[in-house]
Write a protein that binds this ligand. Structure first.
Ligand SMILES: [Zn+2]
Length: 140
């Protein structure tokens, strides 16, 4: 992405054809500074200029897709890291409070341990921090 150099109203240009009325094709300079011709013939004539300006405030389709792909990749990484952190916290907590070992397949155990930890933390927050009276039973 490059910094935007032109104002929000100057970066859309109707492409004049030999037809009356509002142009159906507009050259839009996107926020990513790519210039792309857009066919806006399927938009109402009085909405085209506004739509072109809206497009100009966004990245072009290619950049948008690239950003989205990078985004979902980093989200997956973030999620995996968060998982690992939660797992570590849950394991440490279970050890500290001498929680009984969960039984089951390894994959379910990780999930179960995180869930138990989150549940107990939520209950702890409700009881101690927020002062609510919460009744819960632990099945084990
Ligand atoms: Zn672009």
């Amino acid at each position: 992405m490059k910094p935007q150099t032109s104002g929000p109203t100057s970066n859309v240009t109707p492409i004049k054809r030999n037809s009356p009325g509002v142009s159906t094709h507009w050259t839009v300079e996107h926020a990513c500074s790519h210039r792309v011709d857009h066919d806006l013939s399927n938009r109402p004539a009085d909405k085209r200029a506004g739509f072109a300006r809206w497009l100009a405030s966004k990245d072009c389709t290619d950049c948008w897709k690239a950003a989205r792909d990078a985004d979902s990749a980093s989200k997956e990484k973030w999620l995996a890291e968060k998982r690992a952190e939660e797992q570590e916290a849950a394991a440490a907590w279970a050890k500290q409070f001498d929680m009984p070992q969960l039984e089951g397949p390894a994959k379910a155990l990780d999930w179960g341990e995180r869930s138990r930890h989150q549940l107990m933390m939520a209950a702890h927050t409700a009881l101690v921090v927020e002062g609510f009276s919460v009744k819960f039973s632990v099945l084990s």
